[in-house]
Design a protein around this ligand. Structure first.
Ligand SMILES: NC(=O)C1=CN([C@@H]2O[C@H](COP(=O)(O)OP(=O)(O)OC[C@H]3O[C@@H](n4cnc5c(N)ncnc54)[C@H](O)[C@@H]3O)[C@@H](O)[C@H]2O)C=CC1
Ligand SMILES: N[C@@H](CC=O)C(=O)O
Ligand code: NA
Length: 441
């Protein structure tokens, strides 16, 4: 592209992902120029400690991220993470007409509204493929490919660290601590791994997916969130014994209801439900075979039917691949003075609280092996209006295990049922209580 003005890029952050972004930009410079139609030039890299980055050209490093954003660049690529200073830096970039590419799901899940408004104020692009499911193309399919369809459900495994831990516990019996350490060493875990383990990372991703799928602004605060800290070896063993496995699922659903006011969930004609929690799924379910740091997401749409997206959801290189894809897209837009998709939140569907979202449960109990136990337990379920779908009892010498799977029940009904059952003299221990997904109800 002789004579074509270069697209100048500011990179904010040079950790696990940033280092790989620099490598891909450098290694693929000629191809990127050909694909964009102009040279893509790294103008500077903002870091905290320049002496820790011997792998990147020293003359590009700066500790002044704000000055870099204010300089004569076209695109700001943000791979620092967290809310501040990134929110301020990206608002500044967008308000001065610079396109932004970010991998920062935590920021998008809380502040996408103001970021999109800042982008609209100047016609800048905001792209974020890396923010959900790393390398897997998922944001672009939802924002563009499926923009003409009606998406009804998005469900999947969107956190590599927790999937690495749960699949390790399931296959090798490895301890929770060991696998978390390994996930951190491999660059999957967030700077603070509690964001992964407590489900915050998956909840941010669920908020982004639900916003795109349902044309509604959904924030992390709208997402019901449970992490994996409470998943015990007993839960994993109970699941295995019944041909199931435990996964941390992000589930975004369109649900019919009975009004149109976003805050009036009792009378809305359509809601959405957005939740992240561990669940037992059948070992035959396609998500059961998604192991290690891999992610997989099912999307169901009226006309398209069912689709599954699978691949590497974490790690430096896979995430950098998604960042580079976005960089090429925004750079191409600048070359032709075009623009990518804006925010689409016109539907503004109400989010149904988890308390009104029934799910199925698996309950394992250690009980005394004597006549009448099952009827005592069943009576407590009936008393709380929780309907039993299946029961399995296995006797041992002096005690037995009782496994119950319910039809869909609310959290509140299930909790009071389990509390009362735990207090029955014939129940020795409530071994495991977990939601069940992926089975016919
Ligand atoms: N590691 C992964 O697998 C994935 C990460 N992401 C997201 O990518 C972003 C970056 O993640 P990682 O590279 O893993 O994190 P990291 O912690 O390895 O890198 C972040 C870097 O930013 C630097 N930094 C912090 N504050 C700064 C400031 N004010 N100015 C300049 N540099 C600053 C840190 O020193 C660090 O080197 C996060 O938003 C993360 O959620 C998204 C998908 C996958
Ligand atoms: N910490 C995240 C990284 C990618 O988003 C994960 O484990 O999936
Ligand atoms: Na992605």
């Amino acid at each position: 592209m002789p004579g074509q003005k270069p697209i100048k890029v500011a990179l904010l952050g040079c950790g696990t992902v940033g280092t790989e972004v620099v490598r891909l930009l450098t290694d693929h410079a000629a191809d990127l120029t050909a694909r964009v139609g102009a040279p893509v030039e790294l103008a500077g890299i903002a870091v905290r400690r320049p002496n820790k980055h011997r792998e990147v050209p020293a003359e590009l490093l700066t500790t002044d991220a704000q000055a870099l954003v204010e300089s004569d660049v076209d695109v700001v690529v943000e791979v620092i993470g967290g809310i501040e200073p990134t929110r301020t830096l990206l608002l500044q970039a967008l308000r001065s007409g610079k396109s932004v590419v970010t991998a920062n799901k935590a920021l998008l899940a809380e502040h996408s509204g103001e970021l999109f408004e800042a982008a609209d104020s100047t016609g800048a692009d905001l792209y974020f493929e890396a923010a959900v499911a790393g390398a897997i193309p998922l944001i672009r399919p939802l924002r563009e490919s499926l923009a003409g369809d009606r998406i009804t459900r998005v469900m999947g495994i969107v956190n590599g660290t927790t999937n690495f831990i749960l699949s390790g516990m399931d296959s090798t019996g490895a301890s929770y601590g060991e696998t978390l350490e390994e996930a951190t060493r491999l660059g999957y875990a967030e700077a603070d791994p509690t964001a992964d383990v407590d489900g915050f990372d998956a909840a941010s991703k669920a908020a982004i997916l639900a916003s795109l799928a349902f044309h509604t602004r959904v924030t992390a605060a709208d997402v019901h969130r449970e992490g994996i800290a409470q998943v015990s070896a007993a839960d994993i063993a109970a699941a295995k014994g019944l041909g199931r496995t435990v996964k941390l699922l992000a589930i975004c659903e369109r649900v019919s209801g009975g009004g149109a006011d976003r805050n009036d969930t009792a009378n809305a004609s359509e809601f959405i439900s957005v939740r992240v929690h561990p669940a037992m799924i059948p070992r035959t379910h396609p998500l059961a075979g998604v192991n290690g740091a891999f992610n997989a997401v099912f999307v169901e749409a009226d006309a398209a039917g069912e689709m599954m997206f699978y691949g590497k959801g974490a790690g430096g290189a896979p995430t950098a691949s998604a960042v580079l894809g976005d960089l090429v897209a925004v750079a191409r837009n600048r070359v032709v003075s075009g623009r990518g998709p804006r925010e689409s939140a016109y539907a503004a569907l109400p989010v149904r609280p988890m308390g009104q979202t029934p799910t199925r449960y698996h309950i394992s109990l250690d009980v005394a092996d004597r006549p009448g136990v099952l009827s005592q337990v069943a009576a407590v379920f009936a008393e709380h209006d929780v309907s039993i779908a299946a029961v399995r009892q296995e006797g041992r010498v002096d005690d037995a295990s009782l496994v119950i799977v319910t039809h869909a029940a609310t959290d509140a009904a299930l909790r009071s049922t389990v509390d009362k059952i735990g207090g029955l003299p014939v129940v020795r221990d409530v071994v495991s209580v977990m939601r069940v997904e992926g089975e016919e109800s």
